[in-house]
Write a protein that binds this ligand. Structure first.
Ligand SMILES: [Zn+2]
Length: 213
C-alpha cells in the first residue's frame, strides 16, 4: 500500500490517498479539497494512476476535513463515511463556515455512519476503525495492522494533540483516547499519519509528546 498526501485548504489538512498500486484500488481520507488547483491535482493523480477509489472516509466532522466531500463524491462515485456522533457538525456547517473562511452554500454529503470496528478492504489489506473521541465526539482512527499504519485525524500530531475547545471537544477524553485506546491497539513501531503536519510514530510520541509524558 502506498500513501499519497495532498495538503489542502487554508488549514493545511493532510488528505491521504491510501492505495494499492498493483490493484489500483484505494481509500481517500479527509477530502478537504477546496481551491480549484487542489481539486485539479487530485483529478490528475487519479487519472494518471488509473485508480479506483472504493471508499471516502472522514476521520471527523470538522469543516476543514469534509469541505470537499461533494466534489470527491461527484468525481469518484464512492460512498462517504463519517461517525454519526459528528453529523451535527456537518448539519450546522452553513452557520459557521464563514467564520472559518469557507464560502459554501451546500452541506457536505455523507452516505454512511462510520461504525467502530468497521473494516474496509483493499485487496488483502484490511483497514479497521477505532473510536477515539476527544477532539470531537465522532473522531475515529483508521488502522492497517499489516502495514502498521495509523491515520489519526486530529487525535494526535507530531509533538501535539488535537484542540478540544470546539463543540463536543473534551480534554480528558482525548488523552484517554490516545493513551488507552490508540496505544493499546498499536505498538511502538506503528507509523502515524496525522490530519495536519508531518508523520510520526507511536514510539516518538510516547517519548517526546509533552501532552502524554
Ligand atoms: Zn479537526
Amino acid at each position: 500500500m502506498q500513501v499519497k498526501t495532498f495538503v489542502v485548504n487554508h488549514y493545511e489538512v493532510n488528505s491521504y490517498l491510501y492505495f494499492d498500486s498493483e490493484l489500483k484500488e484505494g481509500i481517500l481520507i479527509d477530502p478537504g479539497f477546496y481551491y480549484e488547483d487542489e481539486k485539479n491535482k487530485l483529478i490528475e493523480f487519479i487519472f494518471e494512476n488509473k485508480l479506483n477509489i472504493k471508499y471516502i472516509i472522514n476521520t471527523h466532522g470538522h469543516i476543514d476535513h469534509i469541505i470537499g466531500n461533494n466534489f470527491v463524491k461527484n468525481f469518484l462515485k464512492a460512498p462517504v463515511y463519517l461517525n454519526k456522533n459528528d453529523w451535527f457538525l456537518r448539519d450546522n456547517i452553513l452557520d459557521y463556515s464563514e467564520v472559518f473562511g469557507f464560502q459554501t452554500n451546500t452541506i457536505p454529503h455523507i452516505d454512511y455512519d462510520l461504525i467502530p470496528n468497521d473494516k474496509f478492504l483493499i485487496g488483502e489489506n484490511e483497514i479497521i476503525t477505532i473510536h477515539t473521541p476527544g477532539h470531537s465526539p465522532g473522531s475515529i482512527c483508521l488502522i492497517n495492522h499489516k502495514d502498521r499504519f495509523i491515520f489519526s485525524g486530529d487525535l494526535i500530531f507530531r509533538n501535539s494533540i488535537g484542540r478540544t475547545d470546539l463543540p463536543g471537544g473534551n480534554y480528558d477524553l482525548i488523552i484517554n483516547s490516545i493513551r488507552n485506546i490508540l496505544f493499546n491497539n498499536c505498538g511502538n513501531e506503528y507509523l502515524i499519519f496525522p490530519g495536519h503536519g508531518e508523520k510520526t510514530s507511536v514510539l516518538y510520541e510516547k517519548e517526546n509528546n509533552q501532552f502524554l509524558i
